[in-house]
Design a protein around this ligand. Sequence first.
Ligand code: BT5
Length: 265
Amino acid sequence: MSHRLSVVDANTLRAGLQTQAIGRPLHVFDRVASTNDVAKALAEEGAPDGTAVLAEEQTGGRGRFGRRWASPLGGLWLSLVLRPRRPATEWSCLGFAASVAAATAVETVAGLSVRVKWPNDLMLEGRKLGGVLVEASGAYVVVGIGMNVNLQREALPADVRALATSLEERLGHTTDFVALTQEVLREIERFYHLVEDDPHFVMEQWVARSLTVGRPVRVVSTKESFDGVAESVDDQGALLVRTSAGLRRVVASDVSVRELERPQR
Ligand code: BT5
């Protein structure tokens, strides 16, 4: 069953935040096109590092490469305005940090083990639980996190349903949405500091949860397509793929990667 995040819940959420910067301020909406777009607009107006945007529903939720992101009631649709000290060339690490942060928060609050798939998918037993969308501009970066929390797969479009899951589906009951959101924000703050101090450690944490490293993959870009084995990731989050022609460095903004094995079930 879906639930609405009432004004009272939004205040409870703010009151229980255990963060210094992330989620301060926290803007909560019933329905927006995309929280990433709202966050961008706020960033353009000078919103501080850590500003968060949460919506109960998105009507134009986006994934990478302009894909649609289904965002019915009951999901966590969250975007952050970040203004990292590190150079923009290293900002891709933020998406990996956000996915590990979200995975860790789910473990703490819901007790489920979440894996990650390159670049930033959150996976539960072979199905997609959520994803992360990083959109950088000159002076700031917007990190969007989407996760199916208290919703049934039937609430998702048919094509998405086949590959997706939700916490409610896996647990058989709903999760405390406020507690989960607070924990996600707390973990994002922790990992945001880690990105600034030690990006290599963040990528190691990502690899420890990865479903991609060690698996056969097919890399598809507009220019070419090739198969290989995902060997590791570097500190910028590029996937290093072993092919018959040697090691290839694959960057998330350029290509999509498909694992060659089928998901479970
Ligand atoms: C992603 O893209 O996985 C990044 C998704 C980020 C969504 C958040 S929600 C808050 C913020 N505001 C936004 O507008 N976006 C961010 P990508 O790797 O391109 O995956 C997209 C694919 O995932 C789609 O083509 C579908 O196959 C699948 N998909 C769509 N909606 C889904 C859902 N709710 N759960 C699981 N899979 C979904």
